[in-house]
Write a protein that binds this ligand. Sequence first.
Ligand code: NCD
Length: 307
Amino acid sequence: MFDHRHLLGIEHLSPMDIAAVLDRADTFATTPDSRAVRRDSLSGLTQINMFFENSTRTQASFEIAGKRLGADVMNMAMQASSIKKGETLIDTALTLNAMHPDLLVVRHPNSGAVALLAQKVNCAVINAGDGRHEHPTQALLDALTIRRRKGRLQRLTVAICGDIAHSRVARSNIMLLGKMENRVRLVGPKTLMPPGIEKFGVEVTDDMAAGLKDADVVMMLRLQRERMDGGFIPSEREYYHRFGLDAAKLAHAKPDAIVMHPGPMNRGVEIDGEIADDINRSVIQEQVEMGVAVRMAVLELLGEGRG
Ligand code: NCD
């Protein structure tokens, strides 16, 4: 059962909702002959992708997911659209609404903008990332990757490292992993740690050795320079020295710990290129693969009632 009209954040999901998405996504993730799964469950439905921020992988992933389910998918390049001519977000939403889409996938630089838009339209709305607030499909695809690799999504120690303060990926993951009863450690410089984050039930440290100790999962985050409005780190070299994931730091985690990164990654800033490419440790490409499966699951679950 997945009884929601929109997917605006992990905040609104129960552990059962999360399991329902992951179970559905699992059916899209594997075929005996490793070919992509196709269905026509969204045939006759219109999906519009509205990205008010640059995106490569997330937009492509939603587009492929919709097309594999038979939806009519349209991409609106919002950078170049009427927004530039001064139209408000709400007017854009109402204009699109008049075209009767069934599914609207929205990314926006402002936290809360996607939820606002959802109040104004009749279709299902999926948050593809809003400011530093939430990025629910990223947390779900991370969860699917972890569950498939570790065989479970409970009682794991997950270290989330780097620029926590500016990261919607971190926020959504903290909520999801917490709901599923995992131990979450946040590791990063104090300047990149949101104040009061401990109230989410996480442990906080600025020491990589302590943070990674016996971790099952090490999740690295990009330095979100576009969201920084000052000097949060002394220099990239210094940052890499203290917080960049290399073999020596990874040695503190469990021997079978997996390494994750939502992308796009900066090699030599938050992660060593060799670790990122190490097929025995890094699941970064698998995350991209699971991204399509999770987005197919979300689109299908929300589209089911609309056919
Ligand atoms: C993330 C995002 O946009 O929040 N990337 C993504 O969805 N592929 C993380 C990031 O930009 O660093």
